[in-house]
Design a protein around this ligand. Structure first.
Ligand SMILES: Cc1ncc(COP(=O)(O)O)c(C=O)c1O
Length: 392
């Protein structure tokens, strides 16, 4: 198929739910991807943060292909060594008090599982945050803030209230009537939005005081993205339930919800899924966690992230069109005073794939293997793009 045929075929046959770039990607290697014409791009989007350990990471490819020859599917009703090892590996990197893992196939499924668990343990209201994104299934959508995603699907769950993310005043709404709070520590889809250490301290106190389950969604922020294994570590938060996904299986579809076996747990048959914890994905989880832990990846995210953020700050000081820059580790954003659509497309022309959040925010979620030279080349291209947009 040539590019035109291929694009037309996708457009005709698939649900039109994605904002498409007119580019056909053919292969990837670490921080780079290539399109069908052979053009090379530095990938700062990494499939919305999925290719955490780089595209086609050798160790992960090897693990998947070895396992594919052995056994790909093994329902949860049987035992399998890859799944057992995945549980050990996930336990190794998650907080000690969280010892019970539910394996599934996407972030939204991990959030759904957490939601069901909260409903099982409390009939009280659930609180979510303004600006939050937790997925688009009916349950996770009920916890997601954006009215534009929700408007066609009402009524959603009616026991979810939203409070203002980052506002200490709103924390009084967490009270004895609350069963659980769902939280993204740094809000990704909203444009890399932060709250203060003091706010999180108060939020944790409120949850403890009123016996409220704190569900931390680290689907985007987790696994070293922010320069620590978990973003909640930056703020001293203690989750009762943790949701993870994205890069956990090196690009294979995955989600996981981790809770306390002694207090928040499912029982037989309450929540299951056909593919969860299959040997193929489990082998990818094992290779990913082993790679993450043995290659100084999180330190690299911290260091490259710092250089990246400093470079963005310099751009902000030089260009009036830049309203704000922010980030932690390799989760970063540049907020413009103007729509960034042209910058996005100019970026593509210059070999840079970037992500957007709304109309004015460029978001960067590159592989955590991004090195200093690559950061510098990104900054150089951004400088050129901002320079050119000044002339327009
Ligand atoms: C914080 C957060 N939660 C949940 C999700 C939903 O994950 P998925 O798209 O894998 O269902 C996402 C996806 O971007 C996310 O960023």
């Amino acid at each position: 198929m040539n590019d035109k045929e291929l694009i037309d075929t996708e457009d005709q046959n698939l649900a039109p739910v994605y904002q498409k770039f007119p580019i056909v990607l053919e292969k990837g290697d670490d921080c780079y991807v290539w399109d069908s014409s052979g053009k090379k791009y530095l990938d700062l989007m990494a499939g919305y943060g999925v290719s955490l350990l780089g595209h086609s990471n050798e160790k992960i490819v090897q693990a998947i292909s070895d396992q594919a020859k052995q056994l790909t599917s093994c329902h949860g009703s049987f035992y399998n060594e890859q799944r057992a090892r995945a549980s050990i590996n996930i336990n190794k990197i998650t907080p000690k008090h969280l010892d019970n893992i539910y394996l599934c196939n996407s972030g939204a499924e991990a959030v759904e599982a957490a939601l069901k668990l909260c409903k099982k343990h409390s009939k009280n209201k659930i609180i979510s945050m303004s600006g939050s994104y937790h997925g688009k299934t009916i349950g996770s959508l009920s916890l997601t803030w954006s009215p534009k995603y929700k408007k066609s699907f009402k009524p959603l769950l009616d026991d979810v209230d939203f409070i203002s993310f980052g506002s200490s005043d709103s924390l009084s709404e967490i009270n004895d009537e609350t069963g659980a709070v769902f939280l993204e520590v740094i809000q990704g889809e909203s444009g890399v939005k932060f709250a203060s250490v003091e706010y999180f301290k108060q939020l944790q106190e409120q949850c403890t005081k009123h016996n409220v389950l704190l569900v931390v969604d680290e689907i985007q922020t987790g696994l070293g993205r922010t320069g620590k294994m978990w973003a909640h570590e930056h703020y001293g938060l203690v989750p009762d339930i943790l949701c993870i996904g994205k890069g956990l299986a090196g690009g294979m579809p995955v989600g996981a919800m981790i809770s306390r076996s002694d207090s928040t747990n499912f029982s037989l048959g309450e929540h299951t899924t056909t593919f969860g914890g299959n040997p193929l994905t489990s082998s990818a989880i094992n290779a990913s966690i082993e790679f993450l832990l043995s290659n100084n990846i999180i330190n690299n995210a911290e260091q490259s992230g710092e250089i990246f953020l400093n470079g963005l700050k310099k751009l902000k000081s030089e260009y009036d069109s830049v309203r704000d820059v922010r980030g932690l580790g390799l989760m970063l954003a540049l907020e413009s005073k103007f729509p960034i659509k042209d910058l996005l497309f100019d970026g593509l022309n210059n070999g840079l794939i970037m992500l957007y959040s709304g109309r004015t925010i460029l978001r960067f979620l590159p592989p955590l293997t991004l090195n200093e030279a690559q950061v510098n080349s990104v900054l150089q291209i951004l400088n050129t793009l901002l320079q050119n947009s000044k002339k327009d």
